[in-house]
Design a protein around this ligand. Sequence first.
Ligand SMILES: [Zn+2]
Ligand SMILES: [Zn+2]
Length: 418
Amino acid sequence: MELDLREELAGFMAAREAELIAFRRDLHAHPETGYREYRTTSQVRQRLVAAGLRPLTLPKGTGLVVDVGNGPGGPGGPADGPVVALRADLDALPMPDEKNVPYRSTIPNACHACGHDVHTTVLLGAGLFLAELAAAGGLPGRVRLIFQPAEEVPGGALDVMAAGRIASVERIFALHCDPSLDVGKVGTRTGPITGACDKIRVRVSGLGGHTARPHLTADLVYALGKIVTELPAALSRRVDPRSSLSLVWGEVSAGLAPNAIPEEGFAAGTVRCLDEQVWHQAPGLLEDLVGSVASAYGVIAEVEYTRGVPPAVNEPASTTIVEAAAAQVLGPEALSTAPQSLGAEDFAWYLESVPGSLARLGTRTPGPGGGYDLHQATFDVDERAIGVGVRLMAATALAALRAGEASASERLADVVGA
Ligand SMILES: [Zn+2]
Ligand SMILES: [Zn+2]
């Protein structure tokens, strides 16, 4: 069986690789930004329907979800077996495409510079393979394919969750292109793999006046400067440095004249963090710190803290499943440890309620050169990564279904034994 899967996937990719690459190039040439993925949704829908599947579009009109297989008993059987979800994101970035390739973006100021066209194609390929397997009676459960909109906005993950589409999911998996990793390789990691990204905005106010008499005013610009410089330093003393909680200011403003102390000032920045617990404490902690610095200088500070994406924390057992699947269909030499990134990924929202794992998919052509990075206007991938991704996602779903079955029969044995 183990060897069979590797061969079956090789056969499937030999037959479908050219078609999948063409599919990716079509998406790449027609990128759509968050919540505008109508064409992309329709392209995916057509392929799924042609394979006999029944996708459901999400309430906002872009993105779709479809179940492959009916659980134990095959088609028409009871739909109460384990459900494992695989997720891809559909959206592009609002930036120009500066590549010189035949499949370059045809849409002004829209570009698949984060590889979501690859993720979508990989999930479609894995879904089509699993659908063939289900039709032949070889799928031991249900696999839910989630083609979510608006990862970059972010928030598409929350729409999928609000629509109740992960309520019965036992485990969830996704992958993301990694241009620093050679094609053929897969990066995995247990624990936090991507960071949280929140926004903080501080408004300080106080009595203004002449710069000749700061003692009669709240020396607001000085106080704002203290907040801006002392906060990042104080944070590093108040939380475990391993949480990588970091505050970086991007915007500071106050005053209009060199000899007048203003009555208000602003500072705004981002707060990034790799530790979920510390992330939950961050708003209160920052508010306390701002308050204590502000009161020392007699100014009033208001903090506006906007929550973004949480850290993506990979569950150990799910990560083991991805690693076992990769070793089975790609070979153990394909595996590497993914570094942590402070970039945010909205897959993190699913991981707050469902165990799962996000893996890195190598997209770099081996050898010198090819220095692409995500979110760059020249970003491109080695398209052999599509076949690697299809193999990995399909094998991961199967391994997770078997792990679900095994733990269910263990639970049953416990109940019967008791
Ligand atoms: Zn991105
Ligand atoms: Zn991305």
